[in-house]
Design a protein around this ligand. Structure first.
Ligand SMILES: [Zn+2]
Length: 298
């Protein structure tokens, strides 16, 4: 597969002086196409390798009415990437997140107010770009990536909701984003699309509106879920998470608790705990879309 790359070589001024001489004396092979001083744009064919075939789109569940908002739930990690592992019950983050995603899906489908899709419904690996890519291809109205944190300090516990920002809200959020972004790396090879600048994400101005909607949902989620789920004091934080990079889909990363905390690990491993998380998400989702219908463009 090749791609036509348009090299924007604008008309160059006539080359004069020593610098220009050395430029034109450069090896003929490398600069052969410049031999006739460029006076117009050139198109050059450059092989860039085969693009990966897009992952198949998941099934959309819930009422068969495409006027209803679509929520994409993303169970973090999977396949060879277990995520965090609980020192208390040995549960792996990839299994915990999938069970929580399913519980949230069931709760949302039962509400009949939204449609739902899961980025993965089994134990498979997806790179971060594929996760939000699925949401974009489905034209999702909301993307929720589900995770469970771990810390050396086993006292640390509680849930947090993260949204995208170039600048992290605090050091811990920055470290967490760095850790979650590493999901793309296997044996030192980055499988994501933007290997070199994974830690610093440039945010386009067009993303501002999406980011405001994301932040609004993050605050709502904490408010609505905190009756049932224990949150950290600063529930809403931000950092440069690759998985939240979709420019047009409001997105949050929900760290549902700490697998390194004994209480949180037991809560998230229980069906009753997952149901509580799911009810909190359902409440927040319903209010979020009710507000947006009442005041379009919010
Ligand atoms: Zn994670």
């Amino acid at each position: 597969m090749s791609l036509l790359v348009l090299l924007g070589l604008m008309a160059m001024p006539p080359a004069t002086g020593a610098a220009a001489d050395s430029l034109w004396a450069a090896p003929r092979t490398a600069l052969a196409f410049r031999a006739q001083r460029p006076t117009k744009r050139y198109s050059v064919t450059v092989p860039i390798g085969k693009p990966k075939p897009a992952v198949p789109l998941p099934r959309i569940e819930g009422p068969a009415d495409d006027r209803l908002p679509l929520v994409v739930l993303d169970a973090g990690h999977g396949g060879h990437d277990p995520g965090a592992i609980s020192p208390h019950n040995g549960r792996r983050e990839k299994d915990v997140t999938l069970a929580i995603a399913r519980a949230i899906r069931d709760e949302l489908v039962a509400s009949r107010r939204v449609r739902v899709a899961l980025t993965r419904a089994d134990d498979r690996f997806l790179v971060l770009e594929e996760r939000f890519g699925i949401a974009r291809r489905l034209k999702a109205d909301l993307f929720i990536s589900i995770h469970a944190d771990a810390a050396e300090n086993q006292e640390a516990g509680g849930a947090s909701v993260y949204t995208l920002s170039e600048v992290a809200s605090d050091r811990e959020a920055a470290r967490l984003a760095a850790r979650e972004n590493k999901a793309n790396i296997i044996n030192g090879v980055d499988l994501g699309a933007h290997g070199d600048d994974i830690s610093s994400i440039l945010i386009d101005l067009t993303q501002r509106e999406t980011m405001n909607a994301s932040a609004e949902f993050a605050r709502l989620l904490q408010r609505e879920a905190s009756d049932e789920v224990k949150f950290r004091t600063t529930g809403h934080r931000f950092a440069s998470f690759v998985v939240l990079k979709a420019p047009d889909t409001p997105s949050v990363l929900f760290e549902t608790g700490f697998l390194s905390n004994k209480g949180d690990a037991a809560f998230l491993a229980s069906a009753a705990g997952r149901k509580k998380v799911a009810r909190g998400v359902r409440e927040a989702v319903q209010i979020h879309f009710a507000r947006r219908i009442a005041a379009p463009g919010r």
